[in-house]
Write a protein that binds this ligand. Structure first.
Ligand code: ZN
Length: 286
């Protein structure tokens, strides 16, 4: 039997500094497939609300989308869409099917969705969480706190927030099924990292799905390909956040390693640029 070599504390520290532990998550991260699923269209939406500086009278049909990732034994949604009647009345919504029926078209039963990462608390992104009863909801801690509290105080900003969605979120939290994502560059699930700073809402987040060809799913932190191409920000929590929104879009391109792999939140072109069958576009196979 060989004697165990003596290691001094200094030598040990030097070894740790020279060879920092590899990020194990990156090694073990599953290869997720990624699908974009279109559950509705909003017709004739004013482009100037999506691309600051666009002509006032320009309008376009926008896609209403949830994104599905499968891998590592998990079925994950990025955003949950909406289904409440109030919003169907308020906007010119076409081709609507509830998000739980939409994911069925990709072969997923609502009850089998394990996780939902919520980009931000607006009605068309968080309004569908109650359709997926077993999912754990991952949301920025500051987004949760602001829209469950301060937003409803005097001077609070609550445009686009549906009280019923907040109640559903709090209820899910009481059931022990909400996980707070605390800040920027945080791994939410193996291989899926959340980033903040674009400030579409109080603490909106976007995600990078790792792999040989990483994807960034922007949600409304970058509405359209035009935000990238025209170098124009989208709507932000406050107009003062516009430079931060642009900086975040530049960062998204860097994180994806390619402009092509940054997927905007409401752009119907994602269903043309990637192979689509009906409402489902395959962004990446496993
Ligand atoms: Zn939206």
């Amino acid at each position: 039997m060989r004697a165990r070599p003596a290691i001094t504390l200094t030598a040990l520290l030097a070894t740790m500094l020279l060879h920092p532990a590899a990020p194990t998550a990156a090694v073990q991260a599953p290869a997720y497939s990624i699908d974009a699923i279109r559950y509705a269209t909003i017709r004739a939406f004013p482009v100037a609300s999506l691309v600051i500086g666009a002509p006032r009278d320009e309008r376009m049909d926008i896609a209403m989308v949830v994104w599905l990732m499968r891998g590592g034994g998990r079925t994950i949604l990025f955003d949950a869409g909406f289904h409440r009647e109030r919003w169907l009345q308020q906007f010119d919504v076409a081709d609507f099917i509830p998000p739980d029926s939409a994911v069925r078209l990709a072969g997923v039963r609502a009850a089998d969705v394990t996780d939902i990462i919520i980009s931000h608390a607006h009605w068309d992104h968080m309004g569908g969480i109650d359709l997926f009863p077993n999912a754990v909801i991952h949301i920025q801690k500051d987004e949760f706190h602001y829209y469950a509290g301060e937003a409803w105080q005097e001077g609070g900003r609550r445009g686009g927030i549906d009280t019923l969605d907040i109640i559903a979120l709090v209820r899910r939290g009481i059931a022990g099924k909400v996980r707070f994502v605390d800040g920027d560059d945080v791994e939410v699930l193996p291989g899926i990292v959340a980033y903040t700073g674009a400030r579409h809402t109080y603490a909106s987040q976007y995600i990078r799905v790792g792999g040989d060809e990483p994807f960034v799913l922007a949600s409304d932190n970058c509405y359209l390909y035009r935000n990238i191409e025209d170098n124009a920000p989208g709507a932000t929590f406050d107009p003062a956040d516009r430079p931060a929104n642009m900086a975040a879009i530049a960062r998204m391109i860097e994180l994806a390693g390619s402009t092509d792999r940054v997927i905007p939140g409401h752009d119907p072109l994602q269903f043309q640029r990637y192979p689509a069958t009906g409402r489902v576009a395959r962004l990446r196979s496993r």
